[in-house]
Design a protein around this ligand. Structure first.
Ligand code: ME8
Length: 653
């Protein structure tokens, strides 16, 4: 019979910064699934990688004074970079794709052209909101309080020539896919997609840009670069040799369509609407499933580099082991929903489940075998009334676990295994081996008790391999488990280990952690990291500022102006609407300072006005100019007030 196949992917992550615990979470889940399928005998393809193009990376590289390629190389291949992190976390990926790889770039150009020739990509005009300092286009819905979501500054209406993908053409087919199949999981995400995107009507999608360079050039119109999602999504196929020679075409035939894409909930839209539509356009089979997992939150909010509140997986894995971190991530947080990360939860989980329940069971079992029988159990063994429940639980564990794993319910699969481990610990108390040991006549019973413990542990360890691969090897060594008894098949039923088992007492597999001391140390470490990050950001700043000539400065017209009236903008939390006298006339100016000033603080004051700024519309109100303010420490903002003796209209230079 031909071997069954399984193809699973993580998102390809942006190497715009070091990856954090959220990226690690998704990758560990994918790894556990890949290892589970390999354990079951599947021929598995596990793909991960990095999504290396785009404006953000171009900007960051500029700020760092290196080329975008150098910038991403450092984050992906450099010390403590993406690949190092996956090595530390024992991620067993089969392929790692970088979207800057030549074979991928060439394939994306062919794919783009094919959709263009089919008429599914066409040239049009992209209209959007443009943030000049960030050089970024935004849609109305992406704006925050009418301003750039990245920097908070005002945006202006702008247009550029762009290519569009006819997403609207596939709306009905995509709706059918979402509603009438189990393509997108968990099911709750389907309702979100239909309500938020399909019902309001799918608009064609902008798929090229001319405002930045760091991307795959459209080969038949090279002033355009392919804008992110075609480049990013097709990685799942180019990494199998689709439209390129890097890998044999047979890989594509063998593994496509993917069994499942694991993705975070914020990119479910791209994977469940845009991705199937693009594949339909290319007349390719669709992936079998997309699973949108939840976020790890910190203090109830999403981790983000810009907030400086990310958790460094390196620190945690190096301190407590990759296995402990892997176990914690998949045991504590249900995969489909959000969960709150904390160091305290991590340490408690390690102490309770790993040190107490699992660690103690291993050390008690092997220590007793050593003490009472010199490590080798006698074949003469006697059953007892306490055995029934433990054997039944261990015997049916694999099928329960399998049902959970097939639903990607890692938390439940682990809970099943640990329920059996707890039961085994209770079995020790019930059978009291130390009392049995006192009377030679009870030795056959004692041998059986230890055998049952060892065999229960073996079955649990087989099933823990996808989660804690290194620890499982250590446990198997202590239990003396032969290779053929570490397999999926061998966990199907109780009693596969020969009666005369040979156990070896070893080191504690998970030493207990002093929680109070560790929490204090972790806090100090994280504070030091944050401070270092702040310092290096401050040091880098001057490099990021481009020098200008006096002629550039002369283009900016600064004038003194008097504030005549001021009120809040109704639809905005940030904006104030000011009427100012610029010396010649009255004009309306909007300013995002409502958090720091009440309207009455401003009336009558003399301020600096950028008077030749193009008019812009913010939250439905026109703004003709900008007033100057200073960013001060502790997120404070102070408007530059001038001496009132300076007349309105005076030129500032
Ligand atoms: O979106 N909790 O890349 P990205 C849980 N390049 N998971 C998290 C997380 C958190 N706090 N933060 C990140 C991109 N993730 C695109 C993807 S795919 C063709 C292109 C995980 O670097 C989660 O899986 O922003 C999320 O979807 C992914 O990292 C986003 O990584």
């Amino acid at each position: 019979m031909e071997q069954k196949r399984f193809y699973i992917t993580t998102p390809i992550y942006y190497p715009s910064d070091k990856l954090h615990i959220g990226h690690t979470y998704c990758t560990v889940a994918t790894d556990a699934m890949a290892r589970y399928k390999r354990l079951q005998g599947y021929d598995v393809m596990f793909l991960t990688g990095t999504d290396e193009h785009g404006q953000k990376i171009e900007t960051k590289a500029n700020e760092a004074g290196v080329t975008p390629q150098q910038f991403v190389d450092q984050i992906v291949e450099g010390p403590r970079g993406v690949k190092d992190l996956w090595k530390l976390m024992n991620i067993s990926y089969d392929r790692f794709i970088r979207t800057t790889d030549d074979y991928h770039v060439a394939a994306i150009q062919k794919i783009f052209k094919k959709m263009y020739e089919k008429g599914d990509i066409y040239k049009g005009t992209y209209k959007g909101k443009y943030c000049t300092p960030c050089e970024s286009f935004w849609t109305e819905s992406q704006l925050k309080d009418g301003c750039c979501p990245d920097c908070g500054r005002p945006v202006v209406d702008a247009e550029e020539e762009a290519y569009f993908f006819r997403l609207s053409k596939y709306a009905d087919k995509v709706r059918d896919l979402l509603v009438n199949t189990d393509f997108l999981q968990p099911r709750s995400r389907v309702n979100e997609m239909i309500r938020n995107f399909i019902d309001p009507g799918l608009e064609d999608l902008c798929v090229s840009r001319t405002s930045f360079k760091w991307g795959v050039p459209v080969d038949f119109d090279p002033k355009h670069v392919v804008y992110v999602w075609i480049d990013a999504l097709f990685n799942y196929t180019t990494a199998l040799g689709f439209m390129n020679d890097k890998y044999p075409q047979s890989d594509f035939e063998k593994f496509w369509p993917a069994d499942v894409h694991f993705v975070g909930k914020e990119i479910v839209r791209f994977h469940s609407i845009i991705w199937p539509a693009m594949l339909m356009s290319m007349e390719m089979p669709l992936p079998k499933h997309v699973f949108g997992h939840g976020w790890l939150l910190l203090d109830g909010g999403k981790m983000s580099k810009s907030k400086g509140n990310v958790v460094d997986p390196y620190i945690l894995a190096e301190r407590y082991s990759a296995d402990a971190l892997r176990y914690f991530l998949l045991r504590d947080f249900p995969f489909g929903t959000d969960g709150n990360f904390s160091n305290e939860l991590l340490i408690n989980r390690i102490n309770i489940d790993l040190a107490n329940d699992l660690g103690n069971l291993v050390s008690r079992t092997t220590a007793m075998a050593d003490k009472y029988f010199g490590g080798t159990l006698p074949e003469n063994q006697a059953e007892g009334p306490e055995d029934g429940e433990l054997l039944a639980m261990a015997g049916e564990l694999r099928s329960k676990y399998e049902a959970d794993m097939e639903k990607y319910a890692f938390q439940n699969a682990l809970a099943d295994v640990f329920a059996v481990i707890s039961r085994a610990n209770k079995y020790i108390d019930e059978t009291a081996p130390w009392i049995l040991a006192k009377d030679e006549a009870n030795h056959p019973r004692l041998a059986r008790v230890l055998y049952n413990l060892a065999e229960t542990l073996r079955i649990c360890t087989v099933l823990l391999q996808p989660f804690m691969p290194e620890t499982c090897v250590k446990i198997f060594t202590q239990l003396g488990t032969a290779e053929e008894l570490r397999t999926w098949d061998s966990a199907e039923a109780f009693g596969r280990t020969p009666a005369a088992a040979v156990l070896h007492k070893g080191d504690n597999i998970f030493p207990r952690i002093d929680a109070a001391k560790e929490l204090a140390e972790l806090e100090a470490l994280e504070a030091a990291q944050k401070a270092a990050a702040k310092e290096s950001a401050a040091e880098e700043e001057p490099e990021g500022i481009a020098m200008i000539g006096i002629e550039d400065f002369a283009k900016v017209e600064l004038r003194a102006a008097k504030i005549l009236s001021c009120e809040k903008v109704k639809r905005s939390k940030k904006l104030l609407k000011l009427t100012v006298n610029d010396g010649k006339r009255e004009r309306q100016v909007l300013s995002g300072i409502s958090q720091w000033y009440a309207p009455e603080d401003l009336v009558g004051k003399t301020i600096v006005l950028v008077s030749n700024l193009k008019p812009a519309k913010l939250c439905g109100e026109e703004s003709n100019g900008m007033i100057l303010a200073a960013d001060c420490p502790n997120d404070d903002v102070k408007v530059l007030f001038l001496d009132d003796s300076i007349p309105a209209g005076a030129k500032i230079r």
